[in-house]
Design a protein around this ligand. Sequence first.
Ligand SMILES: Cc1ncc(COP(=O)(O)O)c(C=O)c1O
Length: 346
Amino acid sequence: MNTPTATIDLAAYRRNLARLAERVAPAALMAVVKADAYGHGAVPVARAAVAAGVTWLGVLDIETGLELRQNGIPRDVALFTWLLGPNEDYTAAIDAELDFGVSTLGQLDAIARASVAGRARVHLKIDTGLHRNGASIEQWPALVAQALALSDRIELVGIWTHIAEASDDDDTVAIKRFRSALAIAERLGANVTVRHLAASAAAFGRADARFDLVRIGAFSFGISPGGGVTPSSLLLEPVMTLTAPVIAVRDGLATVGIGYGDGVPSSAAGVQVSLEGVRHRVVSVQLDQLTVDTGEAIVRTGETAILFGDGTDGEPTVQEWADKLGTIGEELVTRLSPRIHRRFLE
Ligand SMILES: Cc1ncc(COP(=O)(O)O)c(C=O)c1O
């Protein structure tokens, strides 16, 4: 393959989902496919998740939800949206039977107005300390009461929040706040069956964070949180392998056809890539190529460099890159440009 390529192993993705589903049971698993499935390709990844038996997909925005419905994701799979702007087309979204994560009375009213024919599926969000969005505890009773008052147009499906997963103590506080919000909603007469709070790390590590549903992105792609935790230590497999061709060889240096224009960080000098099973150091990253120090090794034009993969052939994993670059694996895979060809292994 002459172009830089991200090979997406959908079988590995399905295996990860199966392991995670088993781990979090009896809670259900929402596969988060936002940000173009973390750069892996939203439609094929969503289809693979459905094939693996997943009945919840986290899509972030209405546009992605509509795209997935148009691409055949069936209506018995819930598509959860939560980034709702001021000018959303809720009519189309309700027609497509999307689920809405709602933080404000304004959003609730806009959804209710659009929901003439049927009942829109709503999950109310309480802020438990992350301060991204979500109702404050002061706003919470009014939000719940309004959702209940609109019950001819709104089906109150869930209550949710998002937690930082930065420290166990902070998460414990957030879980406690979540429980308080649930108790308030119950006292007001809400009867929700889908309570959800955790993403990858808390879902994996804490039974008390799982409630009825967990929302998992990074771990499903075999991306671990770093700090010494590898995907294999979690029994997960990296799903993406990033490769690019050697396009020139000269004086112990190889030029590889992928650069910062394709999403490789310009700070990646010093990380390693693998050529014919041997690792070599990247010495510089340019717009559409990077230069690798191959020393005395015999390297030929047309060979394929593996930037990162699942590590089984000795190549770096995305986690290794992330640790070296002081970032997280998610950032490296989501920033890859559309020019990079996505190849799907079923
Ligand atoms: C609301 C919400 N839930 C779940 C996730 C999944 O997080 P992770 O990739 O850590 O599993 C995200 C992603 O940031 C998110 O925004």
